[in-house]
Design a protein around this ligand. Structure first.
Ligand code: DC
Length: 233
């Protein structure tokens, strides 16, 4: 497999897995513990989906979607007083809209279009900056950073993932139905795993972790131990 200039020099840890597997949380903690940069690649697909919505572009208009993905005008603003990163798309805050379940579902549809994936490839690779990168997504280890020093595939049963998502929403004071979440997650898994280009699957030699009965701390410790093993910290 070819080595890319960006990931042959800069250490990269990739974390792939289905929605709700805990990747986002683990990646933030890994980046904070190691002091490395973080790529939330799902956010780029979500932003493409939002740009399409704002511009009235249909989800089957592949040429227009590719143009939107290639020219995403986005800023990520880190504010020390707030935990959440503010996301600005074409001058407008989309921080809340970005995280909606509906946005994730649309992102999964645009992510199945090869031209959209191509348009986002180099933008993702540019995140590999010193001292290192934690890359969160579906194809980080298989396609975007095939030369990564450590590849993790984080899984959990779909029932457990639905339960976690349900609790998150309820804790935020939002209305949620466990049954609807479960159905939506199954649909999203199916779309992300069955698509022709860059489907979700463990990379060769990935450390496959089933977090169904593991705590966040336990998963973090296993990954950090593996990183130590590989001389990454
Ligand atoms: O991780 P997330 O929920 O923010 O991702 C939203 C969708 O984007 C996900 O269902 C599939 C797609 N995606 C992808 O195809 N490849 C990635 N590297 C990241 C996300």
């Amino acid at each position: 497999m070819s080595q890319h200039k960006s990931d042959s020099i800069i250490p990269v840890i990739t974390v792939d897995g289905p929605s709700g597997s805990g990747k986002g949380t683990i990646c933030k903690l890994l980046a904070a513990t190691l002091g490395w940069n973080l790529l939330d690649s799902g956010a780029l697909y979500r932003l493409t989906a939002l740009a399409a919505k704002h511009h009235g572009v249909a989800l089957d208009d592949e040429d227009a979607l590719q143009v939107l993905a290639a020219h995403l005008d986005v800023q990520f603003l880190v504010n020390d007083s707030e935990e959440e990163i503010q996301v600005i798309l074409e001058g407008e805050s989309v921080t809340r809209e970005l995280r909606l379940e509906e946005t994730g579902a649309t992102a999964s549809v645009v992510a199945a279009i090869p031209a959209v994936r191509d348009a986002l490839l180099n933008r993702q690779r540019e995140f590999a900056q010193s001292p290192g990168l934690i890359a969160d997504g579906r194809d980080m280890g298989t396609v975007v950073f095939p030369g990564a020093q450590l590849k993790v595939y984080l899984d959990a049963s779909v029932e457990e993932r639905a339960e976690r998502r349900y609790k998150q929403l309820i804790n935020k004071g939002l209305d949620a139905s466990l049954d609807v979440i479960l159905i939506d997650l199954k649909k999203r898994d199916e779309r992300d795993m069955q698509r022709a280009v860059a489907p979700l699957k463990p990379a060769d030699q990935a450390l496959v972790l089933d977090s169904t009965s593991l705590s966040i701390e336990q998963v973090l410790e296993i990954v950090l131990e593996e990183a130590r093993h590989k001389g990454l910290r």
